[in-house]
Design a protein around this ligand. Structure first.
Ligand code: DAH
Length: 335
């Protein structure tokens, strides 16, 4: 075997064992580098005569080209192996069960607030807001609630200071006062929000939600109130001709006052809203008391209005069949 064949054989044997780019680079230097086997063969050229030189250089170049070709093929092979390895290492195993996740959903109370707001916005009401921390004046006095009214009792109200001037609002009605004191009539607003009372059992929570409504203008009558609430209740429960009644009641801030009941029946432990021979109270309402208008600097001879207030949590429970108020306050659902 000639020297060149030996070099070539040696190269091929070594090449077959190579697995990395680094080793391949070293092999290249070993054969084609400055002191490489092939390069050294070129140096021998000077010993030959012209014909031998020609012959030798042809053979040498053939070997050099074949080594170069083998090196570049091997490089491609190594790179391909690298990509394949990466792909198989990073492959996503879609058969693996997913980690359990808590999926976020809109809270039923927020959803009901959105639904009610959009129903009232259809008939021209805008949304007003007031703070949870109120003055005793806005929460009671301006709403014509006498000093000795039971609602002012410590058992009912969270007072935030000793002399009882600041409290957590017990209802959303103070937003009526804030709205009327800020602007000029007419007013047509709803005000959803959090309200607080010292109360806690299956159907009462110390924090709950109410939605207030107020419409003040010239020539507003109780017929408008009835029409408005009738429209609202039908839209909210999505039941045409829902059975409802106005029952005389008393609130310090309205005169006359009424409570609205809707008809329902129970079948197989399930509640059906809209008909039946039972009545369920769902809101309080009435014509705004002239004293409330006066307390907000509105001429009660020129303007009248109606107001209403409803418990949002209860409406959400009725609409979505939720039977324990406390489930609204759970941080994480069991399901
Ligand atoms: N604020 C009353 C309550 O918390 C509800 C209410 C009744 C609001 C009559 C009103 C109304 O605006 O006119 O029980």
């Amino acid at each position: 075997m000639s020297e060149l064949d030996k070099i070539n054989k040696n190269f091929v044997e070594k090449l077959n064992k190579i697995k990395t780019k680094e080793d391949l680079q070293n092999l290249k230097s070993e054969f084609l580098g400055k002191n490489g086997f092939v390069t050294n063969e070129f140096k021998k050229m000077s010993q030959f005569n012209l014909d031998q030189k020609k012959e030798f250089s042809i053979q040498l170049n053939e070997i050099k080209n074949s080594i170069n070709e083998n090196l570049s093929n091997k490089l491609k092979e190594i790179e391909k192996d690298e990509i394949n390895k990466k792909l198989s290492d990073e492959k996503i195993d879609i058969t693996l069960p997913i980690r359990s996740q808590q999926e976020g959903k809109i809270h039923p109370v927020s959803q009901v607030i959105d639904e009610i707001s959009s129903i009232f916005s259809e008939i021209g009401y805008s949304v007003a807001e007031g703070p949870d921390v109120e003055t005793e004046h806005n929460n009671f006095t301006a709403l014509n609630t006498p000093e000795d009214h039971p609602a002012r009792d410590m058992h009912d109200t969270f007072y935030l200071e000793k002399n009882k001037r600041i409290l957590l609002r017990t209802h959303t009605s103070p937003v009526q006062i804030r709205t009327m004191q800020k602007g000029k009539p007419p007013f047509k607003i709803i005000a959803p929000g959090r309200t607080y009372r010292c109360d806690s059992d299956q159907t009462h929570a110390p924090m709950f939600h109410q939605l207030e409504g107020l419409h003040v203008d010239k020539e507003i009558t109780m017929a408008h109130l009835k029409g408005c609430l009738n429209y609202f209740i039908q839209e909210f429960f999505e039941i045409k001709n829902i059975k409802m009644r106005f029952r005389p009641s008393h609130f310090p801030f309205t005169e006359p006052s009424a409570e609205v009941d809707i008809g329902y029946r129970i079948e197989n432990d399930k509640i059906f809203i809209g008909d039946g021979d039972k009545w369920l109270e769902i809101l309080g309402c009435g014509m705004v008391h002239p004293n409330v208008l006066k307390n907000s600097n509105i001429d009660a001879n020129k303007y009248q209005g109606f107001a209403f207030g409803m418990g949002i949590d209860r409406l959400a429970m009725l609409k979505y069949g939720i039977n324990d108020l406390r489930s609204f306050l759970k941080l994480i659902s069991d399901g």
